[in-house]
Design a protein around this ligand. Structure first.
Ligand code: ADP
Length: 504
């Protein structure tokens, strides 16, 4: 057999037909080229002819370097001599990447495995050659993706050594790629946190799984210059021939953190100025009550005791003063009431709205009877809130519903529906209704749509309702058209199941 092919018959049955070896080589999917110690091609298969575009005749007896681009030939020669001096099997993909050269001069990436063959005619080398174009293309695509990723991508092995990084990693941490590869990942973490990180890392590799960004994995990164910055990290295991590695995507969240801090400061400032404003409204309305009371008191005294000494016009003017002062007193009382809502932190408890409504009906008894009104309601649930505020909310809405239904036998209908963890209430009347352009305005303080002579009031009731509902984490709005009645909607949180209501 060595006579015909030069291939030793290792592992073959003694009676095997030597032509089978030729067929084996011929039909191999890789290009096969056998060279002698001088680097001359002594055997090629059909796939090698196809790969390089030469015929068998053109190749046989030529130096193997004809299949290597000119600029690499000298280097290849040295390698070849080195290999023959110390021959050993070299697998595909392990070692230098060398392009191949076709007959037409074009080049293409190849993957080569080498196996020495010792024969009684001397040493030969069998090279199996594969076109690596497709693989290279896929590889290039992966590289491009990796390099253009907005996050720093770092691949580490199970021992925590960095195996691969992308351009963003270099930019983010200020290291050159070369000085990171092979180093422990902890190089990118502040020193004081390194041992803890190493423990985490070992723990991760014990049960590696995908861990997305923003799931509590916040860490500090350390740049080459020692400066630190907050990062968010996602991890995913990566199966490799060398076992499970991990891919970490690292994002610099400095800006986001700063933004979050700014937002928190802003919210805190807003809260403070709101508190100050409420405090001011409270003190102002409280302090204005005393002088106003004396103004009303003295003008009434004047009317009672000195009416005889005043002419008709003076008495009429005095009447206006008293009336205006009284209206001002109502406004100030309402403002005081408004600024009292949710002034202090209150604990939310389960509040039974059936109980709430019976209290409201009780308080409005005289009004309801005098107007011959009818109030109907669906079975009302238990909500989570501050009881006296919920009472005030229902009372204001029912009072308005009665007030703005000037006809006989006004009707108010209260309904409720469950919506997730919330209750959606409606208070409906068949009164005068509200034009669409005022649907928002009526919830602002002191905003009224009618003069006091027509409908009494201060314009604070709905502002209080809005404040109460929002304090409870809900929402209030109106659905209405002039002449077609109004439906006030509001949403309150439902009490957790199993908790009894505290209301009486
Ligand atoms: P007040 O009732 O003291 O005027 P509110 O804040 O309770 O103040 O209401 C503001 C305005 O919204 C009222 O003046 C009225 O014009 C309008 N409004 C409130 N409730 C109703 C209703 N049920 N039907 C028609 N208009 C209403």
């Amino acid at each position: 057999m060595t006579e015909t092919t030069g291939i030793p018959a290792i592992g073959a049955a003694a009676d095997i037909d030597p032509r089978w070896y030729r067929d084996l080589v011929e039909t191999a999917p890789d290009g096969m080229v056998l060279i002698d110690a001088e680097g001359r091609i002594v055997l090629v298969n059909a796939q090698a002819e196809r790969l390089f575009g030469y015929t068998r005749e053109e190749l046989l007896g030529q130096s193997i370097e004809m299949l290597v681009p000119e600029k690499y030939r000298r280097g290849h020669l040295r390698h070849r001599e080195g290999f023959f001096a110390e021959p050993r099997t070299r697998e595909m993909g392990a070692g230098t990447e060398l392009p191949g050269r076709r007959k037409d001069g074009t080049e293409f990436p190849v993957e080569i495995s080498l196996s020495p063959l010792r024969t009684d005619r001397g040493l030969y080398v069998m090279a199996a050659i594969r076109n690596a174009q497709e693989r290279k293309r896929a590889n290039d695509k992966f590289r491009a993706l990796l390099e253009t990723a907005p996050d720093a991508i770092i691949i580490i092995d199970a021992a925590g050594r960095i195996r691969l990084v992308n351009a963003q990693t270099e930019r983010l941490f200020g290291y050159q790629r070369d000085s990171l590869i092979g180093k422990p990942i902890e190089i990118l973490i502040p020193e004081r946190l390194r041992s803890r990180h190493a423990e985490h890392r070992t723990g991760y590799f014990r049960s590696p799984k995908v861990r997305g960004m923003g799931v509590g994995l916040e860490l500090l990164g350390r740049r080459k210059d020692g400066t630190e910055f907050p990062v968010e990290i996602s991890l995913s295991p990566l199966e490799t021939e060398e076992g499970v590695w991990a891919t970490a995507a690292v994002r610099d969240v400095t800006e986001r953190k700063a933004f979050e801090r700014q937002l928190a400061d802003y919210a805190e400032n807003l809260k403070r100025s709101n508190r100050e404003l409420e405090q001011f409204a409270y003190i102002a309305s409280h302090d204005l009550r005393a002088p106003l009371r004396s103004l009303i008191g003295f003008s009434q005294l004047l009317q009672q005791r000195h009416a005889g000494r005043l002419d008709g016009e003076a008495l009429e003017f005095l009447g206006y003063i008293t009336q205006s002062a009284k209206q001002m007193q109502s406004l100030i009382d309402a403002l005081l009431e408004f600024s009292r809502v949710s002034r202090t932190e209150q604990v939310f408890v389960p509040v039974d709205c059936e109980g709430v409504l019976s209290r409201v009906v009780h308080q409005l008894r005289a009004l309801i009877d005098s107007r011959n009104a009818q109030i109907t309601h669906a079975p009302l649930p238990t909500v989570l809130g501050v009881e006296h505020e919920i009472v005030q909310l229902f009372q204001n809405l029912v009072t308005n519903a009665l007030k703005f239904q000037p006809g006989p036998q006004p009707r108010v209908e209260i309904d409720v529906q469950a919506e997730g963890g919330f209750w959606h209430f409606t208070v409906a009347d068949q009164g005068i209704g509200i034009a669409r352009e005022y649907h928002d305005r009526i919830f602002q303080i002191f905003q009224r749509l009618h003069p006091t002579e027509e409908y009494e009031g201060t314009g604070v009731g709905l502002a209080i309702c809005k404040k109460i509902v929002e304090h409870h984490g809900g929402r209030i709005w109106v659905d209405s058209e002039p002449g077609k009645g109004s439906i006030f909607h509001f949403i309150l949180r439902s009490a957790p199941p199993g908790e009894g209501a505290a209301t009486s």
